[in-house]
Design a protein around this ligand. Structure first.
Ligand code: GDP
Length: 573
């Protein structure tokens, strides 16, 4: 089966990606932007009209142009495009300076090669070592992924409960299953983290595809699927959602149950003759001391012989991997610019399906492309009881203090700005339009207002993904602290956002709470924040201040207990 055929989703697809024609995409886009909110709400007619216009625009422009004013047909000839022939006219920019290969046909996944045209030019190139590691990973995914004899054999062993085979090193097909949960931003950060861990440990990455992954993303590896196939009756992969902190197969519990023996010099080994068939890695917020030993080199050596690892996380673990002694050398060579890690990983891995990409690009062209400067504002509210007016005041103070929008209508100002607001609620964009509408000539736009989070609903997640990409196409970003939705947008776009402090939902909101001062702060880097790091120093055998260990890890401005990768030198974004 060819790569294009393999890209069929395992679940019932909302949109089938490869066979869609321009007109079908058009209809799907209209459904995507209009099916919720606009159809049911009387408020925000302008947004609904804008979305409808976005749809109409695409029909009229019949293929449209690239945002830099060049007709798309200069790069790709849709009419002549073939499913199986890679476009011969791809440039280094289309391939993100070697991050991507030309092995996919343009039609099967347009976002792959069009991403560059919609984002600001980058001076942050992937290192040759990263590129070599990616090619090696692709070969591994092809050799050991679903559909191969090696995968079949590994599955049989897993289902029969056998420990690692004696020839596991010979086969060298070991697997990492990403169990995704929570919202889409969390899921994307978790997948990016799992992917990097898979590359570092030479494992095949498989994602829990039952949750609309195939509706959202194209396959990233040519000739192989990253979607976990449906599991057999007796497979430990069958009920992935049931794994949690209490699972006896978790690393933390195995370390305490006698499955692992520790020697006097601190080394650890399995007490059984062979490593277990699988280990569950519980790396979600609130995890305990033993699970956090995952970040120790000795425990990484222990895990190396385990054929299957099942990982549950909602976080961006990458700064933690940089703190793991066994990975440091590889990571430093892969990412000489540490603060470009997610930037490269995200651009390599995530390619919205044609349906999502069509919604993104048509909305962009209709509403944002005409402006000289695009200001993206992401409003995420974690405290339901907090009055919206307080959040709006904080946002407006931030915009004013940082001079992100014109305060007076300047007659001699020829540069135009457009504002993109993303939020579950339309109230904020209405107020921003009321405040700035006459001064922002490019308009204030909000693609959707979903009302509430409905993660796992494909159409809802497709809108969320579209909006992350639209935010990433802006020139300036204001984001809500703590939100992984904003992290993904800033990381993909290579944007240093202005971050508004946000209290997490587990903090009690009280009326007398003072407004955050300053209302927003510049993020230290474009990297996502790792919300749940381990403070344990494996060599020193005690907790340490992670802020002081290496120059490229700092605490996040929005999450005092979180850490992030920052720039050591003075490279500009
Ligand atoms: P986080 O909870 O802010 O860290 O971000 P997540 O993306 O993990 O989860 C929030 C989810 O709520 C998103 O994935 C969407 O499903 C939904 N959501 C939140 N804000 C927005 C928004 O501005 N636009 C859309 N379309 N959905 C949103």
């Amino acid at each position: 089966m060819g790569a294009a055929a393999k890209q069929q989703p395992s679940s019932t697809p909302v949109f089938s990606q490869s066979a869609t024609t321009e007109l079908q995409l058009e209809a799907l886009t209209r459904r995507l932007w209009l099916s919720r909110g606009c159809a049911t709400r009387r408020v925000l007619p302008a947004v609904c009209v804008a979305a409808a216009l976005a749809a109409a625009f695409v029909v009229l422009s019949a293929g449209g142009g690239s945002p830099n004013g060049m007709p798309a047909s200069l790069f790709f000839d849709d009419a002549q495009g073939s499913e199986d022939i890679p476009p011969s006219n791809l440039t280094a920019e289309h391939l993100l300076d070697g991050l991507l290969t030309a092995e996919f046909s343009y039609r099967s996944c347009r976002s792959r090669y069009e991403f560059d045209g919609y984002h600001k030019k980058s001076s942050h190139k992937p290192s040759p070592y990263l590129i070599a590691k990616l090619r090696k990973q692709e070969a591994l995914q092809k050799r050991c992924g679903p559909g191969t004899a090696a995968h079949k054999k590994a599955l049989q062993r897993l289902e029969s409960g056998e420990g690692a085979a004696a020839d596991v090193e010979e086969d060298n097909c070991r697997y990492l299953v990403n169990i995704s949960f929570r919202g889409l931003g969390n899921r994307m950060l978790a997948i990016a983290s799992a992917f990097l861990y898979a590359v570092l440990t030479e494992r095949v990455l498989l994602v829990d595809g039952g949750k609309d992954v195939a509706d959202l993303f194209c396959e990233p590896f040519s000739g192989a699927t990253w979607l976990l196939p449906p599991a057999g009756q007796r497979s430990p992969l069958r009920h992935l959602d049931d794994y949690g902190m209490e699972s006896k197969e978790s690393l933390g519990n195995m370390l305490q149950s006698g499955a692992v023996v520790a020697s006097a010099d601190g080394n650890v080994s399995w007490s059984s003759p062979r490593p277990p068939p699988y280990v569950y890695l519980h790396l979600a917020g609130g995890y305990g001391y033993h699970d956090k030993l995952f970040y120790c080199g000795t425990h990484q050596r222990l895990l190396r012989g385990v054929p299957w690892l099942l990982m549950r996380t909602d976080s961006y673990l990458v700064p933690g991997l940089f703190l793991t002694s066994s990975f440091l050398g590889d990571l430093e060579t892969m990412f000489p610019e540490k603060d470009a890690t997610f930037y490269h990983l995200g651009r390599y891995l995530f390619h919205p399906t044609n349906a999502v990409w069509h919604a993104v690009t048509s909305y962009y062209r209709s509403n944002l492309a005409g402006a000289d400067r695009r200001v993206g504002i992401q409003i995420r509210v974690f405290q339901e009881k907090q009055p919206p007016q307080q959040i709006l005041d904080q946002l407006l103070s931030c915009v004013r203090d940082e001079k992100l929008l014109p305060e007076i209508a300047a007659t001699n100002d020829t540069s135009s700005r457009a504002v993109l607001v993303t939020s579950l609620n339309s109230w904020y964009s209405d107020r921003i339009r009321g405040e700035y509408g006459d001064r922002v000539t490019g308009g204030v736009h909000q693609p959707s207002h979903e009302g509430r989070q409905r993660s796992g609903d494909p159409a809802h997640d497709m809108r969320a993904l579209s909006e992350m990409y639209l935010l990433s196409m802006c020139d300036v970003l204001v984001t809500s602290g703590l939100s992984t939705f904003g992290y993904v947008a800033q990381g993909l776009g290579g944007l240093h956002p202005w971050v508004m402090a946000r209290a997490p939902s587990w903090d009690k909101w009280t009326e007398d709470q003072a407004a955050p001062d300053p209302p927003c702060q510049r993020a230290l880097s474009v990297e996502p924040c790792f919300h749940s790091p381990s403070y344990y120093d494996c060599a020193a055998r005690r907790d340490v201040d992670l802020d002081k260990l290496v120059p490229y890890i700092r605490r996040c401005v929005d999450v005092s207990w979180g850490i992030k990768l920052v720039n050591e030198s003075s490279s500009q974004w």
